[in-house]
Write a protein that binds this ligand. Sequence first.
Ligand code: SAM
Length: 289
Amino acid sequence: MAKQATENGPAEVSPKNKLNDLTAKEWIPETVSVWRQRGLGAKSPDSRIERLHPAPFSFTDVSRLIRFFTKRDQVVLDPFVGVGSTLKAACLEGRRGIGIELNEEFVELSKERLATEIDQSLFDVPSQQMLSGDAREVLTTLATDSVDFVVTSPPYWNILHKSDHKVEQERISKGLATEYSSDSRDLGNIAEYDLFLKELVGIFSECRRILRPMQHLAAVVGDFRNKGRYHMFHSDLACALEDEGYVLKGIKILYQPHKRVFPYGYPFAYVPNLHHQYILILRNEETAT
Ligand SMILES: C[S@@+](CC[C@H](N)C(=O)[O-])C[C@H]1O[C@@H](n2cnc3c(N)ncnc32)[C@H](O)[C@@H]1O
């Protein structure tokens, strides 16, 4: 369909635009540093599989990132793909997705999601690749400079195990999963924060070898509280990735207005209800060694 010119800019995609297929009108609003999370709503039939995972991200938010950081037919990698939100988004956006997931149950749910939530006659589902196993091993099998965009949400340390997590108690009452797995290779099961961060950074470093030069990584992460301390996980990760040859280009706040407000701390202390995540946007500006 032909795009129409408006006061915000020309209707056509600039021939100088090597990043995406967006016109000026589509590009400029996406640079705003705060996004409101766009969920499906619990009643949507398409949320059935998503809800079986303890920490999915919304495929519509991933679609926005994919549209901004890639062109049609390019390759998108998610090394922690969970129940396949990135593959679903890549498929709907006409990109080729590669997803890696450790938990076999989530691998099967991802495949089921692609088979049941996408119209097979309209979209190229077979071009989506689901790889099962530890990202640390599977990534070594992918070719250097073979991916155009990495987008993912990793485990936030072992925070799902914390017993004071009200959301966890709510999931238990509904019979839903509260952790990714009991597998010792699961990054969500590492007890030491520093070791967890080191392993995670190692995975993103390997992703940089696979990511073409000057292409982007978007990591959706949240801060968290543990034993009365606030951890700036987003900041720790961004700083560590800058030491690995990525350059931080910006941080988006992903506001989650649908989350419940709990009376944490009342009436004794300030304990925040964390209703936002961060999207770290980094670019591979160094040649991988
Ligand atoms: C925050 S979740 C990702 C959810 C995903 N964005 C979605 O929408 O379903 C992190 C995922 O990383 C997986 N994971 C943990 N350690 C892993 C590892 N070593 N290799 C691959 N996947 C791993 C977990 O099983 C979990 O599904």
